[in-house]
Design a protein around this ligand. Structure first.
Ligand code: PMP
Length: 355
């Protein structure tokens, strides 16, 4: 039976990424050696990281003066590296979920943290909009896609102070105006690569403004200077990222990724809104294109476990909602084909007929 991979992360990757990375693991460029057993300083690997950086810049139209880095530690380490490198006195955060809150917690160790707005009281079902960014803060931090709650900030907001964004779960799903950001970061394990590498896009001139000592490994300038090779980088995930970026380019770039994401999301949200059994959990205007969250309507709540079983038997993988939301979450990342969304919709319709 065909499996439809709706996992939230690590999650579905393009087949070409998996196949070509597997080939490079067996034999890199016909060298007779595995990608895993050569030095990261060889010409062969330098070409990989150079191409990955170049494709990042090309696909996201990154302006001059920005660096692209591949680091270890996950997005979670960025929660601490960001304040280490940017927070002198005060930082502003938009609290849109657990990940935003974790980022905020780290920043509190470095200075004053202002929560400009929060949707915590509504279990993060919407993106707060009425807030003022304090003009005297060192930066404003947002989480563009809230993986757990299925809400997303789908436009590049204006900020008079340096804007920093966690784009772990929606990078490469739409064109972005990088010039509006001082720094963008994310774990790779959604739209890019297997877990193990973190991407960072940073405006060079935004750095060097804090007075504290920054440990070498946590200083973005170290990694800019050394081309992400101050220490041994995660070579296999970087190789896979390069393959995914090649795939995005060949498929038509981020504009095409956005078109497909809209098409898939319209299909699934359309069914959620039509079907008598289900209801979406996020505010309609803030709905994520990447993580689509829904529950059973109150009067059908006792059917939840049954639908989970019904869908699993039909090949749906990873649709169980996060424990803090419950119900279901269908993650529709770039590599998920439209056919998988159609299969889930068919499954929901079939289940509706039974009840
Ligand atoms: N931010 C967001 C929006 C996430 O979805 C996640 C992981 N699911 C993280 C941060 C944490 O990423 P990591 O596991 O790479 O530290």
């Amino acid at each position: 039976m065909k499996k439809h991979n709706f996992n939230a992360g690590p999650s579905i990757l393009p087949q070409s990424t998996i196949e070509n990375t597997a080939k490079a693991i067996l034999d890199l460029n016909g060298s007779g050696l595995s990608l895993m057993e050569i030095s990261h300083r060889t010409k062969d690997f330098q070409a990989v990281i150079d191409e990955a950086v170049a494709l990042f810049k090309e696909l996201l139209n990154i302006p001059e003066g920005y660096s692209v880095l591949f680091l270890g530690g996950g997005a979670s380490l960025e929660f601490c590296m960001v304040p280490f490198n940017f927070l002198e006195k005060k930082a502003a955060y938009l609290n849109t979920g657990v990940w935003a809150k974790k980022a905020m917690k780290e920043a509190k160790g470095f200075g004053e943290v202002v929560e400009v707005a929060s949707s915590a009281d509504a279990n993060y079902t919407f993106i707060p909009k009425d807030y003022t960014i304090p003009a005297d803060a060192d930066y404003f931090h947002i989480t563009t896609n809230n993986t757990i709650y299925g809400t997303e900030i789908r436009k590049d907001i204006d900020s008079t102070i340096p804007l920093i964004a966690d784009m772990s779960s929606d990078i490469f799903s739409r064109p972005i105006d990088v010039s509006k950001y001082a720094l963008i970061y994310g774990g790779a394990q959604k739209n890019l690569a297997p877990a193990g590498v973190t991407f960072v896009i940073v405006k060079d001139e935004a750095l060097g403004k804090v007075s504290r000592y920054i440990p070498t490994m946590l200083d973005y300038r170290t990694h800019i200077k050394e081309g992400s090779m101050f220490n041994t980088p995660p070579v296999v995930p970087i190789y896979a990222a390069m393959e995914t970026l090649r795939w995005i380019k060949a498929e038509g770039g981020v504009k095409e990724m956005e078109r497909r994401a809209l098409e898939k999301a319209d299909l699934l949200y359309g069914e959620i809104d039509r079907n008598k059994l289900f209801v979406g959990t996020a505010n309609k205007e803030d709905r994520s294109l990447m993580n689509i969250c829904f529950v059973m309507k109150d009067e059908y709540k006792d059917l939840e476990a049954e639908f989970q079983k019904f869908a699993t038997e039909r090949g749906m993988i990873g649709i169980k909602g996060h424990r803090s939301v419950g119900g279901f979450r269908a993650s529709c990342y770039n590599a998920l084909p439209k056919e998988s969304v159609e299969a889930l919709v068919a499954c929901m319709q079939e289940f509706e007929k039974l009840h």
